[in-house]
Design a protein around this ligand. Structure first.
Ligand SMILES: Nc1ncnc2c1ncn2[C@@H]1O[C@H](COP(=O)(O)OP(=O)(O)OP(=O)(O)O)[C@@H](O)[C@H]1O
Ligand SMILES: [Mg+2]
Length: 451
């Protein structure tokens, strides 16, 4: 096994010494630290390949350090050494992302095995990551399905932009058109692929927290800020930060973001120092930003900065020619996932699906295929498998789609009358209104069906 650098953190000199001895014998390079502060200074300079961490340290607990390490260098396995066989502590450590824990007194042979295994896992993971970063990656542009003219154009544009040095990209498009997918494809097909891709949904988090998530904060910046925290921008240095739902952010945040985009540097919350990073920002929104600007909800200057390189993802209804390939691609995917053997959809169903207007775009289509496949009995999907979709939102102009297998009109009528009565608590006048018939017609049906 090639030499790896291992950081040993323990306040007991004897333990540091015996671990160093043994691990060096095994061919590893060992550095050690007697407390958390020293350890933090060490990892700030160079990343170890693995960390052996004592729980009880003079200046902080192993858990505090563990948390910090997971943020700072998530790929580095941390083995926690705990003095007491406290199950809760071990469980908590695993939950915080520890690779494993060992109980003192240490069994060095066991520990060496564990270290080797952790390093091996890490190497495999690195390999997978490099593979992912190469062209056969799951985020390859070929995973973005669609051959229609608008899709070809968008894919060409994405490919081109991914390869540039552009630091800011704006993705727009209705919900479900593939903005997330596009952001990842751009990152993993750029020369930043081996560096982190960090993403944050701006609307999911309160404004001040969003700032500290992105820019980080200094110790004491606010009540809960006990320690300095590196924000996503610092963590993603060399890589990409994806700011999803940018249209939902507050003006003060927008101002700070603009400053960063223009100056490539920022101050942590509560900090004075200028931090410089090299990060590509991909912002996305399903809102019409121009309208947001007009309404005074989005800063015009930021809008113009963002839209230097805009990519608009087309709606599915504007490229209905892609519906069949998307359906087949999702059928293949779910066949594998659900161990099913669906061959396709019937021609009439395909017509109906191509004609449907897909307000939820590809997400809706994907969910519809998934649901249909879970419910399907045969090896072909029919109208009845998509009934919820086509029945519920078919719209007034196309009405309900008649299933290929046909229906019993009288039974359907009876069913609707019963539903209308149930929904209105038996009020015939309102039930009649729901069905678009007169009270007399309602009375006639109630009698006929004996309701
Ligand atoms: N062109 C495509 N080919 C294959 N799958 C796609 C394509 N576009 C979107 N998808 C899939 O559809 C789903 C929705 O896409 P995504 O989450 O990227 O949409 P979004 O534009 O980010 O939506 P929202 O605005 O709601 O966040 C995902 O499961 C995604 O993998
Ligand atoms: Mg999204």
């Amino acid at each position: 096994m090639p030499a790896s650098s291992i950081l040993v953190i323990d306040d007991e000199a004897l333990i540091r010494w015996s671990l160093s001895e043994r691990l060096t014998e095994e061919g590893h390079a060992v550095v050690d630290a007697e407390d958390g502060t020293t350890a933090l200074a060490l990892v700030a300079e160079e990343r170890p390949d693995l960390v052996l961490l004592d729980y009880q340290l003079p200046d902080m607990t192993g858990m505090d350090l563990l948390r910090d390490f997971r943020q700072r260098m998530p790929e580095v396995p941390v083995l926690l050494m705990t003095g007491h066989s406290s199950v809760e502590r071990a469980v908590a450590a695993m939950r915080e992302g520890a690779y494993h824990y060992v109980v003192k007194p240490l069994n060095l042979d066991e520990l060496v095995l564990l270290v080797d295994k952790a390093l091996e896992t890490r190497r495999l993971r690195d390999e997978v990551r490099t593979l992912r970063a190469s062209s056969s990656a799951p985020y390859d542009f070929s995973r973005i399905i669609g051959d229609s003219v608008p899709m070809q154009r968008v894919k060409r544009l994405m490919r081109k932009i991914a390869a540039t040095r552009a630091s800011t990209i704006l993705l727009t498009g209705e919900s479900g058109t593939g903005k997330d997918l596009a952001a990842k494809a751009i990152h993993y097909n750029s020369d930043r692929a081996a560096r982190p891709f960090m993403n944050i949904t701006c609307s999911a988090i309160q404004e001040t927290l969003l700032e500290s998530e992105l820019f980080g904060h200094e110790a004491g910046a606010f009540t809960d800020a006990r320690k300095r925290k590196r924000g996503l921008l610092e963590q993603a240095d060399g890589g990409t930060v994806f700011l999803d739902e940018i249209g939902e952010t507050a003006p003060s945040f927008q101002a700070k973001l603009l400053r960063f985009l223009e100056e490539k540097s920022f101050k942590r919350v509560g900090g004075a120092e200028d931090v410089k990073v090299d990060v590509r920002v991909i912002a996305a929104t399903n809102r019409d930003l121009q309208a947001e600007v007009k309404a005074g909800r989005f800063r015009e200057d930021l809008y113009y900065r963002l839209r230097v390189l805009p990519i608009e993802l087309p709606t599915l209804r504007s490229r209905t020619g892609d519906v069949p390939i998307l359906i087949h691609a999702f059928i293949d995917r779910f066949n594998e996932e659900f161990r099913k053997r669906i061959r396709g959809v019937s021609p009439a169903t395909m017509d109906a699906l191509v004609g449907y207007d897909w307000p939820g775009n590809i997400r809706e289509l994907k969910n519809a295929v998934e649901r249909a496949m879970l419910l399907a009995d045969g090896d072909e999907l029919g109208i009845e498998d998509f009934m919820m979709l086509l029945g519920a939102t078919g719209g007034a102009d196309d009405g309900f789609v008649l299933p290929e297998s046909g229906i019993d009109l009288e039974a359907v009528e009876q069913d609707f009358v019963r539903q209308a009565l149930a929904r209105t608590g038996g009020n015939r006048t309102r039930a009649a209104k729901l069905l678009g018939i007169s009270r007399d017609q309602m009375r006639y049906r109630v009698d006929k069906f004996g309701l």
